[in-house]
Design a protein around this ligand. Structure first.
Ligand code: PH2
Ligand code: MG
Ligand code: MG
Length: 157
């Protein structure tokens, strides 16, 4: 299955993103297919924190969504992510944005990501690698979702 992940960091961001990509390549049954450019993005939610670096990645995986989530959490732990303020500064955050066109609404696992359509810092990198990607709940393509998303600063890094 094709899945799209969003990587984000605002603590030692360049280094953490590089390490994260290396670890993603090492996930079992999973191939890294493409990565977007890296963007410098205005913090969303909790504003009193440094700008983030964000990028989207496409993987092809034989893992289930739960298994993929488990591997992602392992990577976050390996990169020293501490549970802090909700939406606060982080060494690395990896979110599953889409997993094929599957719709999942379980404790701790919601796919598509419930806020993807509100977050330019996710949609703009995603558009670069999957402009025609279809949101199975909102029934819109990524390029259409961008038009309706709240304004936010997202620039190529
Ligand atoms: N992640 C958050 C909260 N706010 N803002 C930006 N710009 N980028 C993020 O990745 C981000 C955020 C929580 O996961
Ligand atoms: Mg997140
Ligand atoms: Mg997360």
């Amino acid at each position: 299955m094709d899945a799209f992940l969003l990587l984000g960091s605002n603590i030692d961001a360049e280094e953490n993103i590089e390490k994260c990509l290396t670890l993603i390549k090492a996930i079992s049954k999973t191939e890294l297919i493409s990565t977007s450019s890296i963007y410098r993005t205005e913090p969303f939610g909790y504003r009193e924190q440094p700008y983030f670096l964000n990028l989207a990645v496409k993987v092809k995986t034989g893992l289930s969504p739960r298994e993929l989530l488990f591997e992602i959490k392992e990577i976050e732990k390996a990169l020293g992510r501490k549970r802090g303020v909700r939406w606060g500064p982080r060494a690395i955050d990896i979110d599953i944005l889409f997993y094929g066109d599957k719709i999942i609404d379980e404790e701790g696992l919601k796919v598509p990501h419930p806020q993807v359509h509100l977050r330019k810092f996710a949609l703009i990198p995603l558009k670069e690698i999957a402009p025609g990607l279809f949101h199975p709940v909102l029934k819109k393509r990524v390029d259409e979702l961008i038009k309706d998303a709240p304004e936010a600063e997202v620039v190529l890094w």
